[in-house]
Ligand binder design. Structure first.
Ligand code: DUC
Ligand code: ZN
Ligand code: ZN
Length: 485
């Protein structure tokens, strides 16, 4: 048989195996794995690593904040930067703000994404206004259109839900098989600390770090896990930045609760000392939760190695270092008035490869799992995340020996800086295919905007998670009250 495309002689890496074989691709899918395959088109991958295309599962693209600030990347520039960084699919957020409907929100993001993305995409829905209509009609409708993960915030006055609303969302999500995601920080601790710091004249970017104490994260992670356990709902704690938060995730997983964890590149590679750069430079390193310290980095690496974190993301939240972004409240704004977030969608995988695989911290299998496979399973991307017959031909070919020095220009995004400027990385994705089409090859973008398609996602795979049933919700032990979801 003649395939449309054959990738020849590459070293195929999946979350379980490494082996040399050819890949035959037909109609956008992997049709054969073998030797001496022939195709109308061919890529010689001898000496290269052939991995599942990366899935960037936490990024903010064409998204307004609650106060109106727009990210600098849209679906065109964001997807291009993601593709240059080895990704063939991404799942940005669609943010409901108060007063907006969920269907209206998803329609808006459809209009932003359609015709623009060069790689396949879906959305996580941010729920900031869980009205009765949202809970009973619109979240089920979102699920039906393939949006199967909902994020809530425990902090930010204009976004946060209270514990009771959080329980309602967890319960609706659970009843449909959706995954709830949470930004877990204690709101009162942060606003109390922030106000005291500013009142005492401590307003520069470095004070963003003490304004978000580690205890604010661990308190909220503990509470979020308790809420999820009460109703036996799956929950992913996003952007975990502290050893204490990670330990709580690990403990809940040991108990069999349906708890998942995510950490992000910046918490492994940067520290709060980066916030203490001259003038307003530190603003480039402001994200929430904030950067911590070197012992924290080491602890988070150990949790990554041990499997506490299923997901490793960039949390690409791009705001330029100018009046459209970080400096929109002027050059002397307090840390409270500066947009939170930093770019990194094009560097998540090169950094993890170089610092993780290259320095012997993780195996190639762990790299494949963290780049794509785990996200595909957790977020219901059934045709993605592995190299196997019948899967979409979403593939990244890496040269493990190519060394590069990171520059902002090389990110192909709409940003004017990268927090990783000057980093030296070894290992680079040289070819990226999406459904068998070349998106990136030889350092060039070959895909047209709009080539990426919306992917309706399925349920989270919870096989192997026994869960936790609170005795108070069990009719056998609550005097027969049938109130469980
Ligand atoms: N949460 C995110 O997930 N990203 C950027 C800022 C934030 O609060
Ligand atoms: Zn968040
Ligand atoms: Zn984020």
């Amino acid at each position: 048989m003649m395939f449309d495309l054959v990738i020849k002689d590459g070293t195929i890496v999946t979350a379980s195996d490494t082996y040399i074989a050819d890949i035959g691709i037909a109609e956008g899918q992997i049709a054969a794995l073998g030797r001496d395959l022939s195709g109308h088109d061919q890529i010689d991958a001898g000496g290269k690593l052939v991995l599942p295309g990366g899935i960037e599962a936490h990024c903010h693209i064409a998204q307004e904040s609650a106060t109106g600030g727009m990210t600098s990347d849209d679906y065109r520039s964001g997807s291009i930067s993601a593709a240059f960084g080895g990704n063939s699919c991404f799942v940005p957020f669609a943010a409901q703000h108060r007063g907006m409907g969920v269907t209206e929100t998803l329609d808006l993001y459809d209009s932003r994404a359609q015709g623009n993305s060069v790689i396949d995409y879906g959305y996580h829905l941010i729920v900031a206004d869980p009205t009765e209509k949202v809970l009973t009609e619109e979240l089920p409708a979102a699920f039906a259109r393939g949006v199967t993960s909902f994020k809530v915030f425990m902090t930010y006055d204009l976004m946060r839900v209270d514990d009771r609303q959080f329980l309602d969302i967890l319960t609706v999500a659970r009843s449909h098989g959706a995954l709830t995601m949470v930004h877990a920080e204690n709101s009162g601790m942060i606003s109390w600390m922030s106000d005291r710091l500013v009142a005492a004249g401590h307003t520069t970017p470095r004070y963003h770090a003490p304004s978000h104490p580690a205890l604010a994260e661990s308190e909220a992670v503990n509470r979020a896990i308790a809420l999820a356990k009460l109703v036996d709902a799956p929950l992913l704690i996003v952007h975990v930045s502290t050893p204490e938060g990670a330990a709580l995730v690990s403990q809940a997983r040991m108990e069999g609760a349906k708890i998942f964890g995510e950490t992000c590149a910046q918490y492994l590679f940067l520290t709060r000392d980066d916030l203490d750069r001259p003038g307003m430079e530190g603003a480039k390193f402001m994200c929430s939760p904030p950067l911590r310290d070197v012992p924290t980095q080491e602890a988070l690496w150990r949790h990554l190695q041990a499997g506490t974190f299923s997901i490793f993301s960039s949390d690409h939240a791009p705001y330029r270092f100018d009046e459209t972004g970080k400096l929109s409240n002027g050059p002397t704004a307090t840390f409270k008035q500066i947009a939170n977030g930093m770019p990194g969608i094009g560097l998540r995988l090169p950094l993890l490869f170089s610092e993780g695989v290259g320095k012997g911290r993780i195996t190639l299998q762990q790299f494949a799992a963290l780049s794509a496979t785990n996200a595909a399973r957790l977020y219901g991307l059934e045709k993605k995340g592995s190299i196997a017959i019948g899967m979409d031909a979403d593939i990244a070919i890496w040269d493990p020996t190519e060394s590069r020095t990171v520059t902002a220009e090389d990110q192909h995004d709409n940003m004017d800086y990268t927090p990783f400027d000057g980093w030296r990385v070894t290992g680079w994705p040289i070819t990226v295919l999406s459904r068998g089409q070349r998106v990136i090859d030889g350092g060039k973008l070959l895909a047209e905007p709009g080539q990426g398609q919306y992917v309706a996602r399925a349920k989270t795979d919870l096989t192997g998670y026994p869960g936790h049933r609170a005795v108070e919700l069990d009719p056998n032990t609550n005097f027969g009250a049938e109130i469980a979801p």
